[in-house]
Design a binder for this molecule. Structure first.
Ligand code: NAG
Ligand code: NAG
Ligand code: NAG
Length: 812
């Protein structure tokens, strides 16, 4: 087989020249083999030589090239029979990937006509490198792609055939991928990446590989493509807090919005997978969620509610950080917030036992209330001191820590202070301290510890005798400071001191203390009453007190004078015989009359009733003596005198007696001797006589009265100085004096007198003057040096001495 070594050498490529000759009867076929891409004029073959014909003969045979499609590639020297390449032959263009590539040439000769078919096989040379469609390939692979996953790469193309075409691929060294080449039945080789080791975007997000394609030429040709692998993120990482737990310390009552802590979680994933949202986890109590708020973007926890140390001293907040991947991944963490105490709580005072009503007789030390104090702060700020207002009769006793008893500290008196507001102050030891005051209203309950008291120690009433039955004497009034027990009832005590039960004289309205008379009073029978009045309260037992109402009965002129002497039956006359020689001045007789009334009403005067004829007698106006007025005539008939005794009351009452005076001759001397004592000095005698008689009568009347009263005094007298009353009305000769009532105590100093004022004077001085005046002009002529008012009614006159000693000594 001939070889075109020269041409092959000039191309620098291995060449295979081949030649085959098939000869037939009328035609022959010759085959040559030449490599492609020979230069123009390159030798293909020599027909003459190959046909065994010499050149001359060939020239004579008129060699012709029959025109054909492929004839353009070759030129034939008809003279020499040499075939040459006339045009570039590109096997890849002519035959593509067909490994058998032939060009045909037809030759014809004359004499004899013969046809030659020349077949030129075009042999491949490695004139093309493998070629990738692109220098750069980018792949995006999910980082969680499973092992063994295949990622095909577009194969490289090499138009050469046979060994000159693409033979192998190489992958640059890497940790994750292997190269697998799929050989297809058509001879194509498809490379693919096989994931051998798991990707981790967070470790390496991009991988750069180089894939090399190489053919089998000699020398081989190759080309590369760069494979860029982007690892796509998977949400395979959870957020991570920068600390295992967070701590914070806050004072209680921190203002709203105070930053507690800023959380910091990171997520190495990217995009939404690494986008973190913070939140309080659902385990947290609702209360805690009201106190703390978290910013889901920044992770800042802030105060949004009231932090109260007393409610919680520490909060543990569960927080979570979630990424936005799908599925989302989350992480938990806890934040411990310690709250420090501030003195924000005032102590509280709790009454565990309290009765707002306390009996006033509760002894000192009675427990009124039990008080609990507490302070929700801690430490010194939570220690409580307790005290009560110092000026009240209450004190605190500390029973034990945080418990006090409120006790009474002294005896109480509802009538003095009925109601206390006890302020209990509790303060803590914080700085500044907080305190609280609680007022315990304590009302004292009444106990019947006060007897009712009359407004006056005694009452004096002046009442005219013969008063209408049922008339009001006086109203006594008592007061009882107790409240619940102060319903009073009045009664008259019948203590038997009076001869007749006193209730037959007086009655009292038991509700209002008005005293009424039950019957008409008679001065002549009872001049003074002591009415003991008792008042009782409604307590149980009831308390009572008594007073005495001194009722002084005032005299009225209700008794006519009574003629004591001469005593004759009514309607008859008293016969008196006088000596016929009786001279003027001769005392015929003396009319003695008494009047049961006193004072003016008992002040008697005597007079003769008017007669037509003039009588020789006269009646001494005051003494009632009937004396001869003018010389009598012997022959005179008995004289008939009507003597009227008249008291000085208004209107005055009178009595009269008829005296018949007869003259008797023999008895002149006797009468003149026995009865005419003051004869020597008639005027003087008259005066003296008047005085004596007057004093005697006064003494008589006074004695009667004093005797009565003294008898009563002695009867009722007790050694403790019960004051007795003495009416000296009858002793007075002046109008002012007659109604004075004096009293004295037989047990006390004899010169002490009490006078009861019977009239109203506006001023004390006037009254004193009046007493003085009346007293000194009274017949008693008691001289007193001390005057003082016990009250508006009673004047105490002491240091007295009688000017005269006419009064019976036993009275004093
Ligand atoms: C958050 O934590 C990361 C990782 O611990 C740290 O690098 C970063 O500085 C922190 N950020 C803040 C604001 O503290
Ligand atoms: C006690 O307190 C009440 C109510 O504050 C008040 O009306 C009353 O006058 C007080 N009493 C005394 C004795 O302070
Ligand atoms: C006392 O009570 C009686 C009867 O109820 C009445 O008539 C009288 O006026 C009262 N007296 C006074 C001072 O109130």
């Amino acid at each position: 087989m001939p070889r075109a070594g020269k041409a092959g050498r000039s191309l620098g490529l291995p060449r295979v020249f081949s030649f085959c000759l098939f000869l037939h009867s009328s035609s022959a076929q010759i085959r040559y083999s030449i490599p492609e891409e020979l230069t123009r004029g390159a030798f293909v073959g020599n027909i003459a030589k190959d046909l065994g014909t010499d050149v001359a003969k060939l020239a004579a045979a008129n060699l012709q090239v029959l025109s054909d499609s492929d004839s353009q590639y070759f030129s034939v020297n008809v003279n020499t029979g040499v075939i040459m390449v006339s045009e570039r032959i590109d096997r890849e263009q002519l035959c593509g990937q067909n490994p058998r590539c032939f060009l045909h040439l037809k030759l014809a000769i004359e004499n004899p006509v013969e046809f030659y078919r020349i077949e030129v096989e075009i042999l491949d040379i490695n004139d093309n490198p493998p070629q990738f469609p692109s220098d750069e390939v980018s792949l995006r692979i999910y980082e969680l792609a499973s092992l063994g996953a295949r990622f095909p790469i577009q194969p490289a193309q090499d138009p050469d055939v046979g060994t000159n075409t693409l033979q192998t691929y190489h992958l640059s060294a890497n940790e994750n991928f292997n190269l697998n080449v799929k050989a297809r039945t058509d001879g194509g080789k498809f490379p693919e990446l096989v994931l051998e080791r798991a990707l981790d975007r967070e470790l390496r997000a991009f991988h750069q590989l180089v894939l090399t394609a190489e053919d089998g030429g000699s020398p081989p040709q190759s080309s590369k493509t760069r494979i860029t692998i982007q690892v796509l993120d998977a949400n395979d990482n959870h957020p991570v807090f920068d600390r295992p737990s967070y701590g914070a310390r806050l004072v209680e009552n921190s203002p709203l919005g105070t930053l507690v802590v800023k959380l910091n979680a990171t997520d190495v994933d990217e995009g939404p997978n690494g986008d973190i949202r913070y939140s309080l986890s659902s385990h947290n109590s609702a209360a805690l969620r009201q106190i703390f708020a978290i910013d889901e973007q920044t992770g800042e926890i802030r105060v949004q509610g009231n932090l109260d140390f007393e409610e919680a001293t520490v909060y543990e907040i569960e927080v979570e950080a979630k990424d936005m991947g799908s599925p989302t991944m989350e992480e938990h963490c806890s934040v411990v917030v310690e709250i420090t105490d501030v003195n924000d709580n005032a102590p509280e005072v709790i009454l565990t036992s309290f009765s707002s009503s306390l009996s006033e007789d509760a002894p000192p030390g009675t427990v009124v209330a039990v008080i609990h104090v507490r302070d929700r702060d801690s430490g010194e700020q939570g220690k409580v001191q307790c005290h009560v207002s110092p000026d009240l009769p209450f004190q605190l006793r500390k029973d034990y820590e945080h418990q006090y008893s409120l006790l009474t500290s002294t005896h109480l008196d509802r009538e003095h202070i009925a109601y206390y507001n006890v302020t209990v102050s509790a303060s803590d030891l914080g700085s500044p301290p907080l305190s609280r005051h609680t007022i315990l209203p304590i009302a004292l309950a009444d106990v019947n510890d006060n007897a009712p008291q009359f407004e006056q120690a005694s009452y004096e009433v002046l009442v005219a005798e013969n008063n209408p039955v049922g008339s009001v004497l006086v109203t006594v009034s008592a007061a009882d400071p107790d409240s619940d027990n102060a319903k009073l009832s009045y009664s008259i005590l019948d203590n038997g001191m009076q001869d007749v039960p006193i209730s037959t004289y007086f009655r009292i309205d038991q509700d209002n203390g008005t005293i009424y008379t039950v019957r008409a009073l008679d001065y002549e029978q009872d001049k003074v009453f002591q009415v003991p009045v008792e008042v009782k309260d409604a307590g149980s037992p009831a308390l009572s007190s008594t007073t005495v109402v001194h009722v002084f009965v005032l005299d009225e002129n209700d008794n006519a004078p009574t003629i004591v002497y001469p005593s004759v039956p009514k309607g008859s006359a008293f016969h008196q015989t006088i000596p016929a020689l009786a001279e003027p001045g001769y005392l015929v007789t003396k009319i003695v009359a008494v009047d049961a009334d006193s004072g003016h009403n008992a002040w008697l005067s005597y007079q003769l009733q008017e007669t037509t004829e003039a009588l020789p007698f006269q009646v001494e106006h005051r003494s009632g003596e009937i004396r001869v007025a003018q010389a009598l005539k012997e022959s005179e008939d008995p004289h008939r005198l009507v003597v009227e005794v008249r008291d000085n009351g208004i209107p005055s009452l009178s009595a009269s007696v008829v005296i018949v005076i007869s003259l008797e001759e023999n008895s002149v001397q006797d009468f003149s001797k026995s009865l005419d004592l003051p004869k020597s000095s008639p005027k003087d005698t008259n005066l003296t006589l008047y005085l004596i008689i007057s004093l005697v009568s006064i003494s008589l009347v006074s004695c009667v009265m004093f005797a009565v009263v003294a008898a009563r005094c002695l009867k009722a007298g007790t050694p403790d100085g019960f004051i007795k009353y003495l009416d000296v009305g009858g002793a007075g000769l002046t109008s002012q004096a007659q109604n004075y009532t004096s009293c004295f105590s037989p047990m006390s100093d004899q010169s002490d007198f009490l006078f009861v004022k019977p009239f109203s004077h506006s001023s004390t001085a006037e009254t004193v003057a009046a007493y003085e005046q009346c007293f000194f002009c009274s017949v008693l002529e008691v001289h007193c040096r001390n005057f003082s008012f016990l009250n508006s009614q009673v004047l105490l006159i002491t240091d007295c001495a009688l000017a005269r000693d006419h009064f019976p000594a036993w009275l004093f």
